[in-house]
Structures are given as structure tokens and as C-alpha cells.
Design a binder for this molecule. Structure first.
Ligand code: FCB
Length: 446
């Protein structure tokens, strides 16, 4: 059955600064926590770093031309805080702003709507040295950085996103230590999570104060959780995991409260002075839209030994991607409908969705990534069903424009619509990119 998407649906692709830009020491860019982390032995796959990545900092014109050729209508990128404030605060670096101004002008010239994320995990190392996100001060520095960009680039960018996946920044960064800054501590992680949210709220307030003629939202990782079995203890474990990953961020932003069951569960891990009077009002400052990053389903089992959550994710039984993530498109539909029911009729963009595969350039010089086409088609259909059910979905950004530095996995995971040959920096659009171009051009999909 053919499905049709609205005329003005914002189809695009997403990237993040540290994953594609390279040029980490150029034009006055300061060090970020990801530079430090990736250069620490044992932290990333084969010690790989974002030093060069896709060299997008030098090849951005070619990359914008490519996006135009692929018919993208929107492009979600992130701004590297250490390019704008090399020391995290203080004096801005005009060369950093110029880079993004040129990029935004080129995108607009190509008829592509720029969508900017202010924080996609590359905190200036100078702020980490003063305690990073577990330190409340970082939220205020973030708001200052955000305000500066609203004043300089505000009206040129129609859609602004404060944070990308604060759950990952807080918990991969400060609980599991898989991501920068590589800390392993529940209290630090919960403090980081609160200060990220506080920074978000302060930035939204700054946006309104500056009077930017554009819209602002936040991007959250939204995972579809399900109990591993029907047993009551697995159902309860599933609720806790959902509280940990989804509700801990959605509730404060859209309801102005932290979920009571999780506050009880965390208990002493939340020190009394962490959540200060007025913080939740700031965090709940109304946004214009929600950005949803959806990748997979996780099934959860009760596990008494698994830390404060007493729950663990069990291995998937269904088909998985090259990340080992379960392919579960129905989860996107269920999740979007649930967001709509629980948090009201908020406009939503899918700001990331996509899969890693073992893509290779074939003898014909092309990349035949049929499994990615199947993945995207199934997820687009799920999104379409949610729209038919009343969800105000405004756009869909595939993760990612081109293969890039996949954090701790380095260059070993390929998520791109476009293949990158890292030896030559040659870009080769995969079959999925040409397929997506047709979906965008016709507005329909069989
Ligand atoms: C998301 C991140 C993005 C990328 C994808 C695969 O969690 O936002 O940068 O790593 O996963």
C-alpha cells in the first residue's frame, strides 16, 4: 500500500560536530571532552579519534552540494561549543561562529532548512576541569553560550535544539563511563542529568528573551521498552527502565515534575541540594517541539543484583542491526502515540532514526544497502501510522548523512546514507540515499 506524506513534511538527515568535522585544532577551536577521551588509551575502538573524521570542516561546501543532490529538505547538524567558546566561557571566537554562519547561508541557498543542535556531547574541556555537568555552574555557562548564538545566528536557523539525548550524556558519560568524560558514579550521573535539563530550560528562557524569530525544542532518546516476560516483577522492572531513560527527561520538560516512583527509587542518590526551588519551573519552560531519537526496542528483566534499578536489558530475540540493536519499527508507532497521549499534542520531529550495517563498496562502485532501505521504509510506515492516529509529526531526519565517528565504536560502525572512504574522503551515496531522494521527491512510498 502506498503511503503519502504531507507536502511540507521536513525530510532530512542529521549529523553531529565531533562525529564529522575534524579540524580539531583549527581556527581557535578549544579542546572538548571528546578530544581528551578519544585520546585516552583504551577508550575507543582501536584508539580512533575525531581528529579528522569526515573532514567536513574543510569539505562543507561539497557536503551541502551533496545534500542538495540528494534532495534533502532539512539538515540537522550540531554546533561545537569549543569552537564558539574555546575556554567554555568568556571571550567568543569569531572564526568559530563564521564557520556555522557560512554553513547556514549555504544550506539556505540550497533550499535546505538548517536545524542546529547546541549540545551534542562535546563539552569544552575547560568546563570539565571545573567539574563538568555534575557541577551546577555548567548549566549557566551553557545558557550563556546558547544566548550568544541566539544573538548572532538566531533568526537564520528556523529550528533550534538545545540538547541531544541528555540521557546518554549523563549516563554513558558518568555512569557506565563508555562516553566522555568516562566517569562511573550514580550521583555524578544524576547530577549531570539535572544540570543538563536545567541548562536546557535556561537556554529556552534566553531564546525567548532574545526574541529569536524561530522555534526551539529538545531532542530526547526515546526507547521502546517491553518486559522480558509477563511476570509481574519483569513488568515492574520495565517500568523502572522506562523511568530511567524516558520519563526522567520527558516528565520534567513537559509536566514540570520528576516521576515520583523514580525519585523514591533514587533516594539518597539525589542529594537534597541538587534540585533547587524553581529549577523545575525553569526546566518546564514551554518548548515549540520535541525531537525524538528512536533506534530500537529493549526488553527488560528484573535483576535484584543490577544496582539501584534492579533491572537489566536482555539480549534481543528478533533481527538486529550491526550495533546489535533490535529492529522494531512498531515501537516507533507505539512510542509516538504514547508521547501524544501522555504529554499532549506537541509537535514532534524524528531527529534521528537509522541503522548501522556492514556496508561495502561493490565491484560496480556502488553500495547496495537494501537492509537500510527496508529499515527506513518500515520506520517511515510506522511514523505514518502514528500521524494517521493524530500525532503531530512534522519531519523525519535520518541518522546519518554520512558514515562517521561513532563515539566509542570509532569508524567501525557505518550509519550513513552516504558511504565515506576514510582514506580518500570520497563520498559515495548508498542505494538508500537514492531511494530516500525518491520518497522525498514524490512524497510517497510504496
Ligand atoms: C545517537 C547519537 C548519535 C549517534 C547515534 C547512532 O544516540 O545521538 O550521535 O551516535 O546514536
Amino acid at each position: 500500500m502506498t503511503v503519502r506524506f504531507p507536502e511540507n513534511f521536513l525530510w532530512g538527515a542529521a549529523t553531529a560536530a565531533y562525529q564529522i568535522e575534524g579540524a580539531v585544532r583549527e581556527d581557535g577551536r578549544g579542546e572538548s571532552i571528546w578530544d581528551r577521551f578519544a585520546h585516552t588509551p583504551g577508550k575507543t575502538y582501536q584508539g580512533q579519534t575525531g581528529d579528522v573524521a569526515c573532514d567536513h570542516y574543510h569539505r562543507w561546501e561539497e557536503d551541502v552540494a551533496l545534500m542538495r543532490e540528494l534532495g534533502l529538505r532539512g539538515y540537522r547538524f550540531s554546533i561545537a561549543w569549543p569552537r564558539i567558546f574555546p575556554e567554555g566561557a568568556g571571550k567568543p571566537n569569531p572564526k568559530g561562529v563564521d564557520f556555522y554562519r557560512r554553513l547556514v547561508e549555504a544550506l539556505r541557498g540550497a533550499g535546505i532548512t538548517p536545524v542546529a543542535t547546541l549540545y551534542h556531547w562535546d563539552l569544552p574541556q575547560a568546563l570539565q576541569d571545573r567539574g563538568g555537568w555534575p557541577n551546577r555552574e555548567t548549566a549557566y555557562r551553557f545558557a550563556e553560550y546558547a544566548r550568544y548564538l541566539f544573538e548572532t545566528l538566531g533568526d537564520a536557523i528556523p529550528l533550534w535544539i538545545t540538547l541531544n539525548e541528555p540521557w546518554c550524556a549523563a549516563f554513558y558519560g558518568h555512569l557506565t563511563g563508555e562516553h566522555a568524560p568516562g566517569i562511573r558514579d550514580w550521583r555524578a550521573a544524576l547530577a549531570a542529568a539535572h544540570h543538563l535539563l536545567l541548562g536546557h530550560g535556561l537556554a529556552v528562557r534566553a531564546f525567548r528573551e532574545v526574541g529569536v524569530r524561530a522555534q526551539i525544542g529538545i531532542t530526547l532518546l526515546c526507547t521502546h521498552f517491553a518486559p522480558a516476560t509477563d511476570a509481574p516483577e519483569d513488568r515492574a522492572a520495565d517500568m523502572r527502565y522506562d523511568g530511567f531513560v524516558n520519563r526522567w527527561f520527558l516528565d520534567p520538560v513537559f509536566l514540570g515534575t520528576y516521576p515520583a516512583d523514580m525519585v523514591r527509587l533514587y533516594g539518597d542518590l539525589l542529594p537534597p541540594d541538587l534540585i533547587q526551588p524553581g529549577d523545575l519551573e525553569i526546566i518546564a519552560t514551554p518548548v515549540d517541539f520535541l525531537g525524538v531519537n528512536y533506534y530500537y526496542r529493549s526488553r527488560v528483566a528484573h535483576d535484584e543484583g543490577a544496582g539501584p534499578l534492579r533491572a537489566r536489558v536482555v539480549p534481543p530475540t528478533g533481527p538486529v542491526t550491526d550495533m546489535g540493536w533490535e529492529i522494531y519499527p512498531q515501537g516507533l508507532e507505539v512510542l509516538l502515540c504514547r508521547l501524544h497521549q501522555t504529554y499532549g499534542n506537541i509537535p514532534i520531529y524524528i531527529t534521528e532514526s537509522g541503522m548501522a550495517a556492514r556496508d561495502e563498496v561493490g565491484p560496480d562502485g556502488q553500495v547496495h544497502d537494501q537492509e537500510r532501505i527496508d529499515y527506513l521504509r518500515a520506520h517511515f510506515r510506522a511514523a505514518h501510522r502514528a500521524m494517521a492516529a493524530g500525532v503531530d509529526l512534522r519531519g523525519y531526519f535520518v541518522w546519518t548523512l554520512m558514515d562517521n565517528f561513532e563515539w566509542a565504536y570509532g569508524y567501525s560502525k557505518r550509519f550513513g546514507l552516504v558511504y565515506v572512504d576514510y582514506d580518500t574522503q570520497r563520498r559515495i551515496p548508498k542505494d538508500s540515499a537514492w531511494w530516500l531522494r525518491e520518497v522525498i521527491r514524490t512524497g510517497e512510498m510504496g
